[in-house]
Design a protein around this ligand. Structure first.
Ligand code: ATP
Length: 347
């Protein structure tokens, strides 16, 4: 069952068309992340679904109910959606409590109970209820924004880069708190993000967008390991590319000969992930397979490292080294070999 569906959405700003017929389905109770370069139309799509931006064509269905379509345009507050904008957009003149309960009826006897429930849900101490938003940290403000979006128990929540203004540490903890709160409420989530790691770790489904079109929708594993095209491959995660020649289901490059599923023949671009490349010191006795090269430099990240190598044929590659792996020195001679299958794209 799908909880959220957008069909054939065409939308723009003035004379410029930004979305060129976007179809999107988010299954009930799952999280979908929309990834794509700046300006590709992610926020516009979210605003169309929320009802803040009127599309030129298309249909929007929320919880099996049409909210936009032929002759129909339900107001945002009646679409059964919660919306969290990039910077939370809290009302600065209202207390945390009034921000959170803003959408609930004034005389609602369940108001106070729902407020404490929501504070607990998003992991905020109850004593912040009387404060004003500017007395909270950025991460706490985002949690208030989420609590406000969940107050009326929407079945679908839209998040527009909800963690982008937070620093790395706060981002991870806020993300976890938000994910737990959303899972506890069982809501369906559609999130826009720039951050690939966030999309890969947070979402059940990833939708890659470029220039107002969806390039691919699938599980994080599918989109990462079997990207639909070259743009998607390059957008999600690091990519190593070398030139090669494909013939009859096999492709030959400086990195060796590999099987390929691609139907491309002749000159191709061979693409793979840095974690598929295994480096050995060329001085190591007994190792004689793989392409020879020289280490140029190493990006050390703590949990892993990216080793950049110039192969003897002039190709530049990068290999990911897991934690605890011996990081080679700049100038060291190495051999590079490949594990797993490679992607090929016609040149
Ligand atoms: N109010 C507006 N008036 C005119 N053009 C706009 C308006 N809002 C957005 N645009 C344009 O529409 C296009 C899509 O913008 P949108 O904000 O949807 O992209 P995005 O993918 O969310 O980008 P980002 O990741 O940078 O937030 C961009 O070219 C942008 O300049």
């Amino acid at each position: 069952m799908s909880e959220l569906k957008a069909e054939g959405i065409v939308a723009g700003h003035g004379a410029t068309t930004v979305l060129h017929g976007v179809d999107l389905t988010v299954p009930a109770g799952s999280t979908t992340a929309i990834l794509g370069p700046s300006g590709c139309g992610k926020t516009t799509l979210l605003r169309v679904i929320a009802g803040f931006h009127r599309p030129d064509a298309g249909r929007v269905v929320v919880a099996d109910r049409d909210v936009f379509g032929a002759g129909l345009n339900i107001a945002p507050e009646h679409r059964g959606l919660g919306y969290v904008a990039q910077e939370g957009a809290l009302f600065p003149h209202l207390s945390v409590a009034d921000n959170i309960t803003f959408g609930l009826r004034r005389g609602d006897p369940g108001r106070a109970t729902r407020l404490t429930e929501l504070l607990d849900l998003v992991g905020l101490p109850r004593e912040v209820a009387g404060r004003s938003p500017d007395q909270l940290s950025g991460g706490q403000q985002q949690r208030v924004a989420l609590a406000r979006a969940l107050a009326r128990r929407p079945r679908v929540v839209l998040l527009d880069e909800p963690f982008s203004s937070l620093d790395a540490g706060l981002r991870a903890s806020t993300r976890r708190a938000v994910a737990d709160a959303l899972a506890a409420e069982g809501v369906t989530v559609l999130m826009v993000t720039h951050d690939q790691d966030e999309a890969l770790s947070f979402a059940d489904q990833i939708v890659v967008m470029d220039a107002g079109r969806i390039l691919q929708a699938g599980s994080p594993l599918d989109v990462y390991t079997a990207p639909a095209d070259r743009v998607t491959a390059g957008f999600l995660g690091d990519l190593v590319t070398v030139v090669g020649r494909a013939h009859d289901g096999r492709v030959e490059s400086a990195l060796g000969t590999h099987a390929t599923d691609s139907a491309a023949e002749g000159a191709v671009e061979v693409a793979l992930r840095p974690e598929q490349i295994v480096l050995h010191s060329a001085d190591q006795p007994g190792i004689r397979t793989g392409a020879f090269g020289t280490v140029r430099h190493c990006d050390y990240f703590g949990h892993d490292a990216l080793v950049h190598v110039a192969l003897d044929d002039g190709s530049e590659i990068a290999a990911r080294l897991g934690a605890g792996g011996q990081v080679p020195r700049t100038g060291e001679r190495v051999t590079a070999s490949v594990t797993g299958s490679v992607l090929t794209y016609p040149l």
